[in-house]
Design a protein around this ligand. Sequence first.
Ligand code: SAH
Length: 281
Amino acid sequence: MGPEQAVTQEGAESAKDTRSPEPGAGRLDRFRIVLIDTTHPGNIGSAARAMKVMGLSRLHLVNPKTWPSAEATALASGAADLCHAATVHTSLESALAGCRLVYGTSARLRSLSMPQMDVRAAAAHGLAEVAEAEGDVAILFGREAHGLTNAEMQACHYLVHIETNPEFGSLNLAQAVQVVSYELRMAALGGGEAPRAATDWEPVDAEQMERFYAHLEQALLDIRFLNPDHPKRLMMRLRRLFNRARPDQNEMNILRGILVAAQRGWLDDPRSGPDPVENDD
Ligand code: SAH
């Protein structure tokens, strides 16, 4: 029996295990595992298997290097159905459409002072979030060679770290998916997450946030606050601020209204606007 047959057999056996569905596990359907620019298709197959054994099913792939792939199907074993059903995207934005909360996993704690969480805390936090309202939660996984880019991390509300040996802290991609999926399952079955205060308004999703950032950038250019020669750091800081605040629909309407008013005010009488600001970004 070759190695591919061996994994298939093993997967078939575990597929026979039909335990009764556990309360809470249904909430796992709201989590998307998003693999970005994965180089080795075998890692995608192994990630699919890691997900399925923990009761997750929604696999999203952004620009996988080789797809579809027989190697992925072989390593997925009994979870080939997840590979076949995986949604392939050409941009992260598309993979995040309809998501209300985005976590990015990272092997390194970043100097970028983004909000960070340990994987166990993140699982409880994410489960509490889906109990509260509609919308999906995405968990991003980076490239085998160099993880997530800064821009991808800026699309996240939180960075999530799996605690490891400080001198050797980078897990294989599929193993990282395994640990995250396990923690989600444990949190879902435990049901111990703290109830959160209900809000009157739905949170905005990732697409609305991206449209807001584009509008904000344009408005800041229009009113000459943003220096077009050095735009990057200011927008990064503002993204961090608004990702921390997580505006709801009503707050977003107010923010967009302020931007429109500021742009209109400046166009009506540019001299009445603020003096150009020297900011050190
Ligand atoms: N060399 C890369 C690591 C890539 S490992 C780097 O230093 O960033 C591939 C992916 O697995 C990572 O992008 C991350 O999504 C996940 N991963 C690996 N180890 C992890 C850890 N300790 N905590 C959280 N995610 C991890």
